[in-house]
Design a protein around this ligand. Sequence first.
Ligand code: SF4
Length: 455
Amino acid sequence: MTVPITVRLLEIFRIGLGPSSSHTVGPMRAAAFFREACVARGILPERVEVDLLGSLSATGHGHLTDRAVLAGLHSWHPETVDLDSFHGILDTLAKDPRVSWGNGFTTVKPDAVRFLRYAEYRHEELPHPNTLRFRAMRGKDVLLEETWCSVGGGFVQRPGDPVPPPPGAPLHPFHDGRTLVARATELKGTLGDVILANEQNWETRTGEIAEGIDRVWAAFQACISRGLERKGDLPGGLGVKRRAAELLARVESGKVERVYSHIARAQAYAFAINEENAAGGRVVTAPTNGAAGIVPAVLVEFAERTMLHPDVIRNALATAGAIGMIVKTHASISGAEVGCQGEVGTATAMAAAALCQLMGGDVKQVEVAAEIAMEHNLGLTCDPIKGLVQAPCIERNAMGVAKAWSAAQLSLHSVLSNVVSLDRVIAVMKRTGEDMRREYKETSEGGLAVSLPEC
Ligand code: SF4
């Protein structure tokens, strides 16, 4: 069956906040949608209750999921939320739990969000590993109850609801890697040309998509700058130190092998972004927060060194986004669903594709670069220590940078082999994720997350 691609470019690159797209950005959006549903029906609850289930309950503390839900119930948006207010929301609500709601006020106490233990529900019956249950209450009466799923990359949906389609039929339809390459070949253009033509066709005013991509690019650069300025320990008590500034200083003082210096600089940028993400800073999904460092690190480093024209940057981001759209449609970009292969694996494939294009690769080489990058991340588990998006996540992004470079180079400089196509490797990734035990899918119950010595 042909599955249409309904994902939009600026949904793959969504400006938001750390530390997690599925556990912070998604829950904030779901809570805001629940509030909207209440207000639209004229429901003014006495109080609101929220249950977090599955991976959200297992690692939600480290991912600030409770704060995200409380922020969403205030109708705060991930892209524009004031970060100080976000981080202080538990204290604020402890002092005054009144939240304005339509034409009145409701009560949302900090403990309104409950992290349910596995014993309290049947995990196999959840509609998704990241599930939230919202209830608008008056006394013992439930005025409205909704279940939402945070399905990765900040995307949310209610079980059974159809995914909203794009505003019209795409100008250049494609449904997987093979048909995307075919459309680009017909256009004599890049994969990004196909995406940009479709997106421009859906614009409500001329220049909308270019402005959106430019905002994403500016957010990438701002995040790298902030991450390079800051030092000290990351929050959460794991004792992980910020290392971006020191890494870059070593590159700039010539202490890093010259042959490796471009990759090392990009890795310092990846550290900067992922350290900002871990600290709950402003960050862009690419395609998720946990894997947010790879695409921007690779592209910003390359753009700085080669003085890329803004149109070239937009096109490269659209090519990277195309890979994310295909993976999101045919597999998953959620660590809770398929492990880290869906997050860092996808980000590495996106970065490899864009880099290969910038280095002069044709559409086939670009597809193969993405395929190589994804193939060599198959089976990668998600096992964040203490449920924090720090170890192994931050270094894993830096490794993703090096793998993206290698995949682009291998595709450019070796005879193309079609033994495994991009579409096939994405299908294998999905199946591998389905076979992976729950402990390795963002529950912090397996792998590195349980390997720290007792002290
Ligand atoms: S291990 Fe990978 S998938 Fe899991 S939280 Fe870290 S970056 Fe995300």
